[in-house]
Design a protein around this ligand. Structure first.
Ligand SMILES: Cc1cc2nc3c(=O)[nH]c(=O)nc-3n(C[C@H](O)[C@H](O)[C@H](O)COP(=O)(O)OP(=O)(O)OC[C@H]3O[C@@H](n4cnc5c(N)ncnc54)[C@H](O)[C@@H]3O)c2cc1C
Ligand SMILES: *[C@@H]1O[C@H](CO)[C@@H](O)[C@H](O)[C@H]1NC(C)=O
Ligand SMILES: *[C@@H]1O[C@H](CO)[C@@H](O)[C@H](O)[C@H]1NC(C)=O
Ligand SMILES: *[C@@H]1O[C@H](CO)[C@@H](O)[C@H](O)[C@H]1NC(C)=O
Ligand SMILES: *[C@@H]1O[C@H](CO)[C@@H](O)[C@H](O)[C@H]1NC(C)=O
Ligand SMILES: *[C@@H]1O[C@H](CO)[C@@H](O)[C@H](O)[C@H]1NC(C)=O
Ligand SMILES: *[C@@H]1O[C@H](CO)[C@@H](O)[C@H](O)[C@H]1NC(C)=O
Ligand SMILES: *[C@@H]1O[C@H](CO)[C@@H](O)[C@H](O)[C@H]1NC(C)=O
Ligand SMILES: *[C@@H]1O[C@H](CO)[C@@H](O)[C@H](O)[C@H]1NC(C)=O
Ligand SMILES: *[C@@H]1O[C@H](CO)[C@@H](O)[C@H](O)[C@H]1NC(C)=O
Length: 616
């Protein structure tokens, strides 16, 4: 394909459409055989990291707290396991799958629990049903002149879901960027083994506990409570957030065309930039600093963040672009990936990443800074809101067409170790110059800042959260290009630099060793959970596995398991020896065990010999 043609395709793929009104909103994540029973549950990507199906007996759609109480009570009386599922289910791991025997559990959808319950303008506090989406929440707050200080960048998440996984934006100012830091009250419904007022479930109002905490009694601090919901031994129903009066944000993406020593400056940039983030494109040696500041509401500007990657995309073009990516993988054409990522990054830069200077409508990016209300700048996601158009346009990863399909490794590395980590990745890159090009089709190494927290499962140190997104084959047994380098980066972040995984993203192995990483915090969390769900009806194999409980494990060993992050290889069969991928030591982090392609001219047997020589 000529360069011009590919540029056109890329731009359309990134979707810079003039009219953004049509496109299909996501489909349902719970699909039932009859009515609300005999159902399968997945997530927004249509598949979990292990590609299994999660079958449940039924789904309930309570619309009020009373209906939720009833649903939990009914299940609890039957000793049925249950889990909350949200309207779009945007987490990757198998969080929404209930425990107990497959096909017997209940999922409780929070899709209809989406009201604004209360507004206290004087104290800048609002109470919402936990199923409200971030977009609806920000709109409701803005209608009262209020703003949520920090949030994830994606509007499709719900309040209950984002709190459950510790979701965040980017900041080390004040209490930091995690939304759970701004919770001042919460109501939970928990099962009860004995009837209370006729229900086998009860409502717990954590506002009272929070109050006691605030006057200095012993007990849990605010933030521990606010983060109680992960990984859900309870269903939260309402959440009260501490907001602040609406303000403006000024964003300038500053592009630096070399990455020499940039790692030395990450901490000082974070300390100087209240909403800053960094995109590092290692193969292009390019760094984009988001200079992002708070301004008074009186500042002029009607800017809007309509991030290109979250706009509705033409499904035909995304499918075409995916097919190209598959062909580059098949033909092992890493250079083509590199070329394509250069074009794509240049396009993103040209269109200001999707920032618009003068509100939605027909206007678009005309130059920096882009200044707008916090509620319009803090997150994006117009692909969710478009009108149904029979899948002509949709979110790029919508599983109803063969579009984007990827893994995402998201790990927080303490500031104290970030320079070491980046320096190691640079060493790997220098030894394999085209290995990381694939990540640059998905925002490279995307770095955001999060503060330490008293939340049980929150960060233990101020940290740089890094999103690394990369190709996932539709065939679980098919290795990806530079499989070994991507695996080494993942293991380095997790084990050499003691990184903490994002609870709502990642492949299974990211959750190895959480007991040791969280220590006493995790034990306290388990104690509280046990107090509120003594029969474990809200726990599941996955929640037990990530917490290291009941002998459950995150690792699923088997043929090719390392390719999907279901295990760290220890034998060649965990890779794809038939395709020349063998289990080897890392190049920079010697303790890593990764699936490396060993050149085949030597023949398979020779390769084996070399492997032993290398490992010894
Ligand atoms: C495109 C995209 C962009 C993203 N951007 C960011 C980002 O910028 N920053 C960030 O930190 N994360 C980000 N994420 C991750 C996302 O914030 C988390 O995965 C989040 O948990 C998803 O929320 P959800 O409402 O979809 O919850 P789900 O994924 O549906 O649920 C997560 C967990 O919460 C539980 N749960 C949900 N609601 C309740 C409730 N009411 N009571 C009890 N338990 C409940 C569920 O049972 C499940 O265990 C992004 C994800 C996507 C897909
Ligand atoms: C659920 O998934 C299983 C296994 O993939 C499939 O056989 C079954 O038909 C699905 N059920 C529904 C209701 O889609
Ligand atoms: C709440 O959900 C209903 C559908 O269940 C929807 O029609 C309504 O627009 C939603 N409200 C908000 C504020 O999102
Ligand atoms: C920004 O917020 C202010 C204060 O709440 C409001 O008056 C104004 O209309 C908002 N601007 C836009 C573009 O929504
Ligand atoms: C890093 O910071 C120093 C001083 O703080 C500055 O002189 C230098 O230009 C910065 N380097 C980069 C790559 O931004
Ligand atoms: C990559 O780009 C270079 C320079 O633009 C070009 O010479 C080369 O043919 C391209 N390679 C591939 C595989 O597209
Ligand atoms: C930007 O907006 C102008 C006017 O609304 C329009 O003519 C132009 O085509 C737009 N450009 C892009 C790339 O969307
Ligand atoms: C991480 O940082 C701590 C504190 O500076 C240091 O002691 C430790 O050696 C670092 N770890 C690595 C792997 O560099
Ligand atoms: C977070 O770190 C700061 C500074 O290192 C420390 O003073 C504070 O106690 C820590 N907070 C938590 C909640 O761990
Ligand atoms: C939930 O509670 C049960 C019973 O007390 C316990 O066994 C289980 O480990 C808990 N699950 C979580 C995720 O804490």
């Amino acid at each position: 394909m000529s360069r011009v043609a590919s540029l056109v395709v890329l731009l359309s793929t990134l979707s810079v459409p003039l009219l953004l009104v049509r496109g299909s909103p996501p489909g349902p994540v719970v699909v039932c055989r009859s009515g609300n029973s005999d159902c399968n549950v997945t997530n927004a990507y249509g598949t979990f990291p292990d590609r299994s199906t999660c079958a449940v007996a039924a789904v309930a759609f309570p619309a009020t707290e009373q209906e939720l109480l009833l649903a939990v009570s009914d299940a609890s009386a039957k000793k049925q396991h249950m889990k909350a599922v949200t309207v779009y289910a945007h987490s990757m791991p198998k969080l929404s799958c209930p425990g107990g025997p497959s096909g017997q559990g209940l999922v409780i959808s929070t899709a209809r629990l989406n009201r604004t319950v209360n507004v206290d303008v004087a104290r800048a506090r609002m109470t919402f049903d936990a199923g409200i989406t971030l977009r609806a929440l920000l709109d409701a707050a803005a209608a009262s002149g209020l703003a949520l200080p920090h949030s994830p960048y994606w509007q499709g998440v719900t309040l209950g879901g984002l709190l459950s996984t510790g979701s965040h934006g980017s900041s080390v100012f004040g209490k930091g960027s995690a939304v759970h830091e701004y919770v001042v009250g919460m109501r939970l419904v928990v099962p009860s083994p004995v009837a209370v007022d006729g229900y086998y479930a009860k409502i717990i109002s954590l506002g009272e506990e929070l109050g006691r905490g605030a006057v200095g009694c012993q007990g849990f601090s605010r933030r521990s409570w606010s983060y109680l919901a992960e990984p859900t031994n309870n269903s939260n129903t309402q959440v009260t957030l501490q907001l602040e009066p609406m303000f403006k944000r000024s964003i300038t993406n500053r592009i630096v065309s070399d990455d020499i020593d940039f790692e030395q400056n990450i901490s000082s940039f974070a300390a100087a930039t209240p909403y800053g983030d960094i995109i590092w494109y290692p193969s292009q040696a390019k760094v984009i600093y988001r200079d992002d500041f708070k301004l008074p509401i009186t500042t002029k500007g009607r800017g809007l963040n309509d991030f290109l990657g979250f706009q509705a995309q033409r499904t035909g073009l995304v499918a075409f672009s995916r097919a190209l990516e598959e062909s580059y993988e098949r033909t092992e054409n890493a250079i083509a990936k590199c070329n394509r990522s250069v074009i794509q990054v240049n396009a993103l830069i040209l269109f200001g990443m999707g920032l618009k200077n003068n509100d939605g409508g027909t206007s678009n990016f005309t130059g920096y800074p882009v200044i707008g209300n916090q509620s319009d700048m803090q997150s994006a996601g117009s692909c969710l809101r478009s009108e149904e158009d029979e899948l002509n346009k949709a979110c790029g990863w919508d599983p109803r067409f063969r579009g984007l399909f990827y893994h995402q490794t998201t790990i927080s590395i303490p500031f104290a170790n970030i320079t070491g980590f980046v320096a190691d990745v640079k060493q790997l890159r220098d030894a394999n110059p085209s290995a990381l090009c694939g990540t640059e089709l998905y925002l490279g190494f995307f770095m955001r800042f999060v503060r330490n927290s008293t939340a049980f499962l929150g960060k233990t140190e101020d940290a740089v959260d890094i999103d690394i997104t990369y190709y996932r084959s539709r065939d679980p047994l098919q290795p990806r290009l530079f499989e070994d380098v991507l695996e080494e980066v993942e293991q380095m972040a997790l084990f050499k630099y003691n990184g903490m995984p994002h609870w709502g993203k990642n492949r299974n192995i990211a959750f190895l060793g959480m007991r040791d990483k969280l220590g006493a915090k995790l034990d306290k969390f388990v104690d509280v959970m046990q107090r509120y769900d003594s029969e474990g009806l809200l726990s599941s194999d996955w929640s037990d596995a990530v917490l290291g409980l009941n002998g459950k494990e995150v690792v699923v060993e088997g043929e090719g398991c390392a390719l999907e992050g279901l295990c760290i290889c220890s034998i060649d069969d965990h890779c794809a020896p038939g395709q020349g991928y063998y289990c080897r030591a890392g190049q920079v982090y010697g303790e890593a065990r990764v699936c490396r392609k060993v050149e085949t001219t030597m023949g398979v047997q020779r390769a084996h010999d070399v492997s032993h020589a290398l490992i010894v």
